[in-house]
Ligand binder design. Sequence first.
Ligand SMILES: [Zn+2]
Ligand SMILES: [Zn+2]
Length: 645
Amino acid sequence: MLTITFPDGATREFEDGTSAMGVAKALSKSLAKKVLAAKVNGELWDATRPLEGDTVLELVTAKDPEGLELIRHDCAHVMAEAVQELFPGTQVTIGPNIEDGFFYDFASDKPISEDDFAAIEKKMKFIIQQNKPFEREVWDRDDAIKLFTDKGETYKAELIADLPEDETITIYRQGSNEGDWFDLCRGPHLPSTIKIGTAFKLMKVAGAYWRGDSKNAQLQRIYGTAWANQDDLDAYLHRLEEAEKRDHRRLGREMELFHFQEEAQGQAFWHEKGWMLYRTLQEYMRRRQIGDGYSEINTPELMDQKFWKASGHWDKYRENMFITQVDDEDKMFALKPMNCPCHVQVFNHGQRSYRDLPLRFAEFGSCHRYEPSGALHGLMRVRAFTQDDGHIFCREDQVIDEVKGFCALLQSVYADLGFDNVMVRFSDRPETRVGSDEVWDKAEAALRAAADATGLDVEYNPGDGAFYGPKLDFVLKDAIGREWQTGTIQADFNLPDRLDASYIGADDAKHQPVMLHRAVLGSFERFLGVLIEHYAGRFPLWLAPVQVVVATITSDADDYAEQAAQAMRAAGLRVETDYRNEKINYKIREHSLAKVNVIAVVGRKEADEGKLALRFLGERGQEILSLEDAIESLTKEATPPDLRK
Ligand SMILES: [Zn+2]
Ligand SMILES: [Zn+2]
């Protein structure tokens, strides 16, 4: 007999050889219908596989993340069968799950295109509806290699030959007959194909290389997505559509904010409007930091390698650094990938006393990091960026207050920028680390207390801290529910020691300060990417690069329009004019598409009466105001949130 223990602690006896599905059937027929797999002593198993010995058993359904993962995984198997049937001679290689779906790489002489998706999906649905069981078979290594080689699957044969000696080699067959399609796989799988359901969709096809190496054969990668039900699939496709509409690269082009080009990969060319947005955010951050007791500094970008050797970057981070030769042959310099060591140089300049602490240095630090060109993604992943960086040098007894102060600043900034949904992730000591346990205890307690004091949801990430100290990372949710990790604060007991930072304590002895690395936004480039997508380009008035366009109905209003524009500019508003000889509706449509917040329409009537007809982007409609009242109302609304009284 088998003793099965359920998650609630209850136990029950079953015949030897019973599977998780057998257990589920004994419990309830309706439950058995929902079962996709089982967690057997914590390990994911096929629901149909006979249990071995006493077991702690958890049944997995489509509601569990593991269930959804299996639906996607099995969907990839079925896609592979469908592709091989429709494209004879095609070889299968690998097909893992990815976020929200899966892909499978195929080696085929025939090009597969998105035009083939309908036929492949139809074939997949046919296979799924046949309700074929996924049958697990354990094979001997040499037999398995022969099996795949005979089938013409040389990639699979190569994969099997590379598997570790002690690995159990399993194949999964889609069906119970010898002729049924099979694939090399560790498993587990759903009980049968029908459990995949029909909430799947093939998404795109792309090139890929065998084992990711461009020297190897080129493969065709088909991406797909699969969900537990049609509603989830529809919601996902809607999210994608929304994301596509908000794509900052597209809006950056349409709104003339910035561009990228081949000759400067990973570095943005900021145009007038984009740079206005950039500077507005930067000036806001500058005011917020000064208000919080930071002093702004600025440090060199290019420095001698000996400096990076001392900081440890040369050893640990060199492959991400741009290195160049300066003066003589053996003199190498590097562009800074981060600002931290430079801030220690400023700290070290002159004698520091315990009374000087905390010292809060801020720098809009221009950094460069090498990222492979394939990893670059608009403003989200670049090679050149500017951090809203800062380092707080403090005594150990000041860490709690400093971390709390930073968290409060960050929350207030995020609220001002329109993000209310923020979460904090706390990562503590990793296996490999520097510093004594006693110091880690203190730092972790300080960060934890600060995280709790924020009132935000705290996610605990054990063992994921930096080797030099624990950290808090902040994750915000944007308007369409996507999560972005942005701000961070990290305690560091390592760098001050490596770079000889010290202060004179009340006891007249030398002490080492704690260094807190912190950034609210992270990098301006990436944060602006997030901001553009969050607002879909429709920024609040204070951030908008162009706040008002004065557009004339007829040319006899041009003089008044110019006066009005000048008066608004003098009041600090960002104003453009449109005197073109076009219909006013055409002008309004064009500026609305460009996401200009306010269009001030001016005709003969407005000119005579000294008024402006203001049309607001979105639902707000139109207001007719005198020029003075319009200026008063717009400047009030355009005031950055930190300056409003
Ligand atoms: Zn599989
Ligand atoms: Zn730093």
